[in-house]
Write a new protein. Sequence first.
Length: 228
Amino acid sequence: MTFRFHDTVPVDTGTVSVAFTDRSLDLGDLAPDGFRGAALAALAEATGATPYLMHQVHGSDIHVVDDPAEPRPDADGLVTSRAGIALLARAADCVPVLLVARTGEIGAVHAGREGVRRGVVSAAVERLVTLGATDLRAWVGPHICGSCYEVPDRMRTDVATAAPATHATTSWGTPGLDLGAGVVAELGAAGIPVVEVGGCTREDDTLHSHRRDGAAAGRLAGVVWRTP
Ligand SMILES: [Zn+2]
C-alpha cells in the first residue's frame, strides 16, 4: 500500500511516523465485508504496529490507549505513550489531526464540526501533557475546505462563535465552515507548530468525501505510531 503522505520524526524514545491514507484504502465501518479487515492488515504490515480504532462520536472525549487489544472506545481522540500501536483517526471530510511530542507521546484526533466547536484538539493536547508530553508538533490531514463545506447560516454562527477562524463562504456564495482553519488556529494558540498536508476531500477524488459520495463514502485515516 502507499500513503498519501508519510513522514518520520526523531523523538527521545525512538522514531515516530505520521501518515495519511487515501482512497486506495477504505477504513470505514461500512466497507464491504472483509475489505476493512484487509485494509487494517495492510496498515499493520506497512506500519509494523497494531492498528487501533476508536468509535468516533463527534464529541471531545480523549482515550488513553494502554493495550491495543482493548475494545474500541467511544472517543474522538486517542493518545498513548506506548510504541507499537498505530493510532487511527478516520475521516471523510472531517479533519484528521496527528500530534507528536519530542518525548515520544503521540495522538490522533478526529476533528469534525462538533469536535472543533468543543475544542477536541485542545483536549487531546491537554491529555498528552498530563502524560508528560513536551514540545508537541501537529500534522493536519486532508479535509473538506471552507469553499466546499456549506452549512446553514445559524450553524456557521454557532461554530464560528466558539472557533472564529472557521467562518467561511463557499465558492458559490453561501455560508460555509473551514474546519481546518479552526484546527490550525487552535494549535497556533497553543504554540504548536503545524504541518498542513493539504487536499480538499470533496474536490480530490483520490480522497474519501461524505459530501461528494454520500452515506456510502469510505474513510481515510490519519495514522501515527512510534518505533522504539
Ligand atoms: Zn474544497
